[in-house]
Design a protein around this ligand. Sequence first.
Ligand SMILES: *Cc1c(COP(=O)(O)O)cnc(C)c1O
Length: 376
Amino acid sequence: MSEYCLPLFERFPGLINSLAYVGLTDLPTTVDRLDRLAADLDVRALYMKRDDLTGTLYGGNKPRKLEFLLGEALRAKASHVLTFGAAGSNHALATAIYAQRLRLKSISMLMPQPNAEYVRRNLLMCYRCGAELHACGGPLESATTRSRIYAATTMQMTRHWLREGRRPVMIPPGGSSPRGTVGYVNAGLEMATQVAGGALAEPDCVYVACGTLGTAAGLLLGLRMAGLRSRVVAVRVTTSEYANPASLQGLAVAANRFLHDLDANVPLLEVSNADVDVRDDYCGSRYAAFTPEGMAAVRRVRDTEGITLDGTYTGKTFAALMGDAADGRLRDKTVLFWNTLNSRDFSSEIAGLDYHNLPRPFHPYFEAPVQPLDNS
Ligand SMILES: *Cc1c(COP(=O)(O)O)cnc(C)c1O
């Protein structure tokens, strides 16, 4: 979009020709110092990485991954991309928005989740962007979900293959393949550049939400590549079957190999168990079920800094930071909170859209009440 060169390409120019990329974002995002909140919470220094402002069409963490994932779909001359998520998936929505912008069609396989206002908004916005939506599987935690999604996906892949003569390009949940994870390797290098430029002191810890792991794994790798020692505190917001230290470490190693295979100048790093910090104590009962601690964090950040967080990801993550601060563990620490939430508002785009246009399995999200804590 601009003349800005990603730190990843600056550092490893060999990747410019070997790694597919399409510019979708307004990078770098700024780092804000939150002095009032730091004083309130008893944190020595508190910064927020404003990835809520990654793009003008959509913000949050997904556009950084999609620059590489959709770049590859374009390179492969795909006409369709197919991805996965929960009904209110931010990833499915970001994919729908940027696929439309690139004249690709998007297909989303969506699983059930607890109801919330943002689920309605994201579904309507996906529809408005021309995404083909399929309800499938069962709750994330259910044993039969995986095989049901597999069956439904195989059917859609075949249907599109017969119709268009080409299979859609598959993008995994959350965009967290090694290729998508590269977006956050770059983000880690971007933060390192900002540290070197004096925008912030080197953080002792970086709090980030952890769902499908690509964000935390990429950051970990990018920060280590830049020689920073900041500890990545990955706050788990989904079942530990998916989000656990071994998977996080595995994805960081896979992304590292992926980049090294494209450009041998990318060093192969040791990512050890000791580097990986997955926090389990703020997830609550399940993915997308809001928690009192998470919603208290949402209110705290809104009331002190006027910045919006959410109940599924960033509220739970900030709650972990607040909990550690309350225990006095951040009194002498420089802390960075990585805001992964999209900040763009779609109220005007979806005003007047009728949910009856969506496939029937999604209607209950509009007819049943939202979860009790979703009352903001
Ligand atoms: C998807 C998402 C995350 C989780 O990122 P992963 O790379 O899947 O771990 C965090 N915050 C928000 C707001 C998201 O939409």
